[in-house]
Design a protein around this ligand. Structure first.
Ligand code: ADP
Length: 468
């Protein structure tokens, strides 16, 4: 079996084991290798502290207590000498260094002579040093005590550091057991943990493979971790979107084929009429030819819409922004609908401020205006009224087109901007639609960083607006 070192499972397991090794190494270093010097440093600090206390309290009346207590607690030999190396005070406890000496015996005079010499040589007020190897060390501390009488006295503190080899030996033995147990535990826990961690990911991968094989009914299962849950949630959302787009795509194809077939049938029908029946009758022939032209226009407009949409989708819109008279643009778009609406009796109520300028891509904005106004014509109510407004709105140009149609249910307001989307109940007339118009509008306005939206009340109509 080959181990995949890039797999999450193996990596987690390796890191876990590595972590245990680091902990064990630190433990070994501290407990076994550096313990002797730790111990010495600790002791030296302790003695310096006691030395300072005695020096500061030397002329206190309970100095004897302080000396005896410190000496008893820490097994120190504390002695005070005068300038002639005579003992002035000595602790009752503490073991002086050297073989065969018991507690309470005095410091060998040689040691003090050496200590005093070093103290005087150093020129400092206090000194400390260690004699002997790491196995059996002796600590010496000396300091000058200044007295009220003016004659200096000398404080000497001596400690013997017992060898700690036996303790280290015990620790070592213990550490061997700890190492083995810890290592085994790390090994097992890491294995279980890493399996547990990677399991939901493996599951997600399997489900994703099913999705790739076009099974849109899959559900990504959540795991025991927030991150995995979020990932599963995101994937489920993506799957929903894919299935929705899939349905819409199929609908679109069905719609487009239907929308193309209807005018084609009509064109063919009237073509045959002209050929067989109305060819000789100029009146009828013109009527039929006009119908053929009208249907061709419908088809052209549908095809144009699809092309525009795919253009807007395929590349990032390159905006050609400049200042232009948007009032004129709105007028010219409305004129384009004139012919179409004249026959059907639509009423345009215009509230257009003149000579308003906008800085935008004129061609694209014209497309937006065209799509919004043609939707209003499509969906307005029986009074066939459409209100178009253009005004200055706190430094911006605000365009709004209002119809009196069915309106859009609130729960669908978000969806209408999406491609291929059509509200079920709305009915339409005059212009061919395919659920792409508003998606193109959204795309263009977003590229202009424009604010846009729709206010709609079911049964009363809708207002689509944008601000530039
Ligand atoms: P379509 O070509 O179908 O009109 P659009 O993208 O322009 O496509 O619009 C998407 C859907 O939004 C329409 O199918 C319609 O259901 C709804 N809609 C758009 N404009 C209006 C409006 N003015 N009043 C009511 N519904 C609208």
């Amino acid at each position: 079996m080959q181990i995949d070192f890039r797999s999450l499972k193996v990596k987690v397991w390796l890191y876990f084991v590595l972590f245990s090794i680091i902990i064990l190494t630190v433990l070994w270093l501290l407990q076994v290798i550096f313990i002797q010097s730790f111990y010495q440093d600790l002791k030296i600090n302790e003695i310096i502290k006691i030395g300072n206390t005695i020096a500061n309290n030397y002329e206190n009346e309970n100095i004897d207590n302080i000396i005896n207590e410190s000496s008893f607690k820490n097994n120190l030999l504390i002695t005070i000498y005068d300038a002639n190396s005579n003992i002035v005070k000595s602790s009752m406890f503490g073991t002086p260094p050297g073989p065969g000496r018991g507690p309470g015996s005095q410091q060998p005079p040689d040691d003090f002579v050496y200590l005093k010499q070093r103290l005087l040589d150093s020129g400092e007020n206090s000194i400390h040093y260690t004699v002997g190897g790491p196995r059996m060390a002796r600590l010496f501390y000396g300091c000058v005590l200044s007295t009220a009488a003016g004659t200096p006295l000398y404080l000497s503190i001596t400690a013997t550091l017992p060898p700690i080899d036996p303790a280290i030996e015990i620790l070592k033995n213990q550490l061997v057991y700890i190492t083995i147990i810890l290592f085994l535990l790390a090994f097992i826990i890491a294995y279980i943990f890493s399996r547990h961690l990677s399991k939901p990911i493996v599951k997600l991968t399997q489900t994703a493979k099913q999705l790739a094989a076009n099974n849109l009914d899959v559900i990504f299962e959540k795991g025991n971790y927030t991150e995995i849950d979020q990932l599963a949630g995101a994937l489920n959302y993506a799957t929903q979107e894919i299935s929705r787009v899939d349905i819409l795509r199929k609908d679109l194809i069905a719609n487009i084929s239907h929308d193309l077939r209807t005018p084609l049938t009509i064109i063919k029908f009237y073509g045959e009429m002209i050929k067989d029946i109305s060819g000789d009758n100029p009146e009828k022939r013109r009527e039929h030819a006009e119908l053929i032209m009208k249907e061709s226009d419908r088809m052209a407009s549908l095809v144009n819409n699809i092309l525009e949409f795919s253009k807007a989708q395929s590349e990032k819109l390159a905006l050609n922004c400049r200042k232009f008279n948007i009032s004129n643009t709105v007028h010219s778009v409305i004129t384009r609908f004139h012919e179409l609406t004249r026959q059907d009796g639509y009423i345009f109520k215009l509230e257009l401020a003149e000579n308003l300028y906008a800085n935008a891509d004129e061609e694209q904005i014209e497309r937006v205006l065209y799509n919004l106004i043609s939707n209003a014509i499509n969906y307005t109510g029986d009074d066939k009224t459409i209100t178009v407004q253009l005004k200055n709105f706190s430094g911006k140009v605000r365009f709004a087109v209002t119809d009196t149609g069915y309106g859009i249910p609130e729960d669908q307001l978000q969806n209408i901007w999406e491609r291929y989307y059509k509200v079920k109940e709305t009915h339409k007339r005059a212009v061919v639609g395919n659920g792409l118009g508003l998606s193109i509008v959204k795309h263009i306005l977003q590229h202009h960083n424009a604010k846009f939206g729709v206010d709609s009340t079911v049964g009363r109509g809708s207002t689509f607006w944008f601000e530039l």
